[in-house]
Design a protein around this ligand. Sequence first.
Ligand SMILES: [Zn+2]
Length: 470
Amino acid sequence: MHWKKLSYLSEERIKRLQDKKTRAFIRQQIPYSPYYRELFKKIGLKFSDIRTTDDLVKIPIISKEDIAPYKNDPERHLNFVLQPDKDLIKKHMPKYKLLRFNLKEKLEQEYKPIHIHFTTGRSYVPTPFLYTNYDLGKLKEAGRRMMEVFDVSKDAVAINGFPYAPHLAFWQSYYALLACDIISLQTGGGKILGSDKIIDAIERMKATTLLFTPGYCYHLLKEAREKMKDFSSVKEVILGGEGIPAGLRLKMKDLLGRMGAKDVRVLSTYAFTEGKVAWAQCCEEAGYHLYPDMEFIEIVKDGERCGSGEKGDIVYSALDSRGSVVLRYKTGDIGSLEEDKCSFCGRTVPRINTNIERSSEFKEFNLSKIKGTLVNLNEFFNIMMGDPQIDEWQVEIKKKGRDPYDLDELVVYVAPNAKVDIAQLKVGLRKKIHSQMELTPEIIVMDKKQLLEKLGMETELKEKRIVDKR
Ligand SMILES: [Zn+2]
């Protein structure tokens, strides 16, 4: 169904569509998955037992640790790849599909993995997620929908500043721009093209649309401002890869305003590798608009599915995917769903509220004598990015006195903005971190240039904001 129609369907029709998709997907595709064939057999579930999205609760929830390869089983992730063979096809493929012209070619197009993304988490081995040609079609379609939700004009001039890597952010942006026939420069980010050239390109091409990660984009805008560049053509900044603290949005708009841009929208996307596509917000206040014909997202708390607006684990099920496929996959992020009509654009597809708490990628801490104090390090992004006194920052976790058996220690490196009273900044920051995170880290003030090097702003794919040296 065309997105224009699909995104305005009634709640009831969306439910019916998703039930139909679920039924077909579980019956016709899931039997090709070695993992799910085995699992269904083990728990005595028949493929035909899953008839609606409500029935999905019969499938056990899995998480990263169930997929990630490990030493004894380096190819474990392949169990999640759909692999039809002659017998399985005979058994599960609908007759009309078997009669297709050029069947062999079509099967290859649908099922042969040809493109790979990796998960970026630090706590597990990176997990490859495989795309077939069919999936790349979906990636392109999702990109087209994203741009429509963002309301980016066909006449846009775009700069893709995501790091060139086998990660979703770069490729989703590439396919989105391709799908919408938008002229674009694929920079590969600071490490590939370099910030100076990217800044020049934005000015010379009179770019309207910037696609970046938040931390690097902010850095780039500051550099451009120092060089007194003319960025008056910029209309929207589309961020991905991590959440955007409200304070950072304001800082970016302020910088762009000083370079001549007016009424810039700073929008964001939400995505995770296993979901294979990204979702967009229609305005800064709105949630991330989902694609009900591609996936089913539920919120789960204490094993129970939550109602609209309730907060819990974000759990993803594919409804129309090939290559690597997961069902009821717990992303590790906490969030809630909005299921009524979007009050900003009027679309009726469910949305993930932007108040997502992204899972921390770091091990538990030993900050006091009581072992395993759980601290959400992502809080630092809100505190540091939102502070107008702070130019750049980095958090380091290390062992006290470099003794592996001692307690963990947190150090915060800060490069303050010009004209800031450093003693005051330290006191204020210490207070803020203590009241919001119950931590009292050591705060070290540093020269900006040195800190940028430490962050790897121009040399790493993604700047090293939080470094775990334990
Ligand atoms: Zn909307």
